[in-house]
Design a protein around this ligand. Structure first.
Ligand code: TEU
Length: 570
């Protein structure tokens, strides 16, 4: 079962290569830069590195628009640089997982140019999703799109091709046309490419929006939410009719009986816990684990991702606890607070003010890493890196933010209001360069960084934290080490305590086999908190704390601002 798989004791570290380390001074991170920084990751103790895309790409969506699946973008280096990085990762006993982006390609991928330019009857036409204009509408005219779906990056999900007089589907940008997974040739081409990377030595894949690959027949119009311009197509492409068949087929064709220990994780916006159980049930042989999005949607209002609303702690606990239970007996959870698409964890779920940044970053780490599942650390999270102080629109780079701004401005929305949404939720918050030291550009580059370094690198940086045993970095190091050694952490049952409490996040993990039990207490707030300890915990030693010298002080106990502790009893 999944409890025995190697990845149930593993921690994954996500690298966003563009922003990790620049070895050649062009202002963009690269593969050699990563190789030079592997000591940082060995010291942290992570088991697996996941690289966001490094393939040739027009970089419309920072590499999530791929024009060649079997090479490296010169921006990041060469295949030889890749092989050296992979060898160096393996030498250190770590594994390397690639990003697999196969819901869509770039519009500059030869598959797409052949599909488009070969015309309606061309050989590759059916590799993408082409449709004529809506009945009775003039092709190319406003509102003539085949259906009313909106794209994730604003605007319609369809772009008109003059030459053939048809539209192609793109759930993301117009430079990211969706592949037609119903075509078996497409699927076989993808599997062959995946086998090529496995033969090269990679240890698995993080699969981009892989629950969106199967679209419902007929591509029906979606319901148009109040005040919106486009229909919500998600019921017709989230976990569509053939997605399980395709992933089971992929498993047979690519992963079955592979001699190395591999990791497969599907990124799945909109996935339910019931669906996730099917995807990750080992008996079904689909995926090892999925990324779900429920907990990163709780602070979002009805107006979409830039409509910020306060998070209720009770909602967060209820959501994560439901996933813990839902994938308790069957399946497996991925655990994350942030990634390259999300704001920084400490700014969103913690408190990034000078008084509380470090302690709340450690609290978040403690809570997440004590859950059952495989934790993912996003680069810089282990330093408690915070959101960026973006001053004006010029500071943003992300296509999603820029498109959103253009659309909202055209609708006459107040500039400050738009910028406020982008500052809270924009993906560029996670994409400012990794903060290696306190020098100019944080040791990320000797050139001009492609996006500004956060000025707080003067005091928030890896060099300073490696030298300080009480740093956020060393707290992460201790949590990762604990995952390797504590069976209750890997296998133990999860039980939420005080579910309705608005400031206390408390739970136990109990390993029936060894009788070991862990108690996690976390104060999500800047004021002290009196806690009634559950019975029998009064004498239990503290295993880990984010307050130097912090320990049980008797029952009832008091937790200081953003204090988190783990107790252990056998
Ligand atoms: O993201 C898919 C996804 O659903 C989101 O995280 C998305 O970025 C967000 O909802 C937009 O509001 C994946 C990648 O992680 C992301 O970087 C890519 O832009 C996207 O797919 C397209 O490949």
């Amino acid at each position: 079962g999944p409890g025995r798989a190697w990845w149930s004791r593993a921690v994954v570290y996500q690298i966003y290569p563009r922003s990790f380390a620049d070895s050649d001074g062009d202002g963009v991170g690269d593969l050699r830069g990563i190789t030079e920084r592997l000591d940082h990751l060995s010291l942290l103790g992570v088991d697996v590195l996941w690289l966001s895309p490094v393939y040739p790409s027009p970089q419309d969506d920072n590499g999530y628009d791929i024009s060649d699946y079997q090479d490296i973008d010169p921006l990041f280096g060469t295949l030889a640089d890749f092989d050296r990085l992979l060898a160096a990762v393996h030498e250190r006993g770590m594994k390397l997982v690639m990003d697999l982006v196969v819901n869509h390609t770039s519009d500059e991928h030869p598959w797409f140019t052949a599909s488009r330019d070969g015309g309606r009857e061309g050989d590759r036409r059916d590799w993408y999703v082409w449709r004529p204009a809506r009945d009775g509408k003039e092709p190319g005219a406003p509102g003539a799109e085949p259906n009313n779906w909106g794209s994730f990056f604003t605007g319609p999900a369809w772009t008109y091709d003059e030459k053939s007089g048809e539209y192609y589907l793109h759930l993301f940008s117009r430079k990211q046309p969706d592949l037609n997974w119903e075509n078996p040739e497409v699927r076989q081409a993808v599997y062959a490419m995946m086998r090529w990377w496995l033969e090269r030595g990679v240890d698995g894949f993080r699969m981009d929006v892989v629950n969106l690959i199967s679209k419902a027949p007929g591509l029906p119009d979606g319901v148009v939410p109040e005040g919106a311009r486009y229909g919500d197509g998600s019921p017709y492409y989230v976990c569509g009719p053939h997605v399980h068949t395709y992933l089971a087929e992929m498993h047979r064709e690519v992963f079955a009986d592979h001699p190395r220990g591999l990791l497969t994780v599907g990124e799945m916006p909109g996935v339910t816990v019931e669906e996730a159980r099917l995807f990750t049930d080992p008996a079904r042989r689909e995926l090892d684990m999925v990324f779900q999005f429920e907990h990163v949607g709780l602070d979002q209002g009805p107006g979409g991702k830039f409509d910020v609303r306060p998070l209720e702690l009770a909602d967060l606990k209820a959501s994560l606890a439901r996933w813990q239970t839902g994938l308790g007996d069957t399946g497996w959870n991925s655990l994350y607070w942030n990634n390259h698409d999300q704001p920084r964890a400490v700014s969103r779920f913690g408190d990034d003010s000078p008084a509380h940044r470090e302690r709340s970053a450690k609290l978040l780490a403690t809570v997440l890493h004590l859950h059952r599942g495989t934790p993912y650390v996003y680069q810089g999270e282990e330093l408690g890196m915070a959101n960026a102080p973006f001053a004006s629109l010029d500071d943003f780079r992300d296509i999603e933010s820029l498109n959103h701004h253009r659309e909202q401005s055209a609708l006459g929305v107040d500039e400050e209001r738009i910028l406020s949404g982008l500052r809270h939720r924009g993906r560029d918050n996670a994409r400012t360069p990794m903060q290696w030291d306190g020098t100019r550009h944080a040791g990320f580059t000797t050139g001009t960084p492609w996006i500004a370094v956060n000025p707080d690198h003067a005091h928030v940086n890896a060099e300073a934290q490696r030298a300080d045993p009480d740093s956020v970095f060393h707290h992460y190091r201790r949590l990762i080490a604990l995952r390797h050694t504590e069976p209750a952490l890997t296998h133990g049952d999860f039980r939420l305590l005080h579910p309705d409490h608005e400031q206390l996040y408390a739970f136990t993990r109990r390993d029936a086999a060894s009788g070991t039990e862990l108690l996690v207490l976390a104060n999500f707030g800047a004021t002290g908190l009196t806690v009634d300890l559950p019975e029998g915990w009064e004498q239990s030693p503290t295993l880990l704390t984010n307050v130097p010298g912090g320990a049980l002080r008797g029952a009832p106990d008091v937790l200081g601002p953003w204090e988190a502790r783990v107790h252990r009893r056998t």
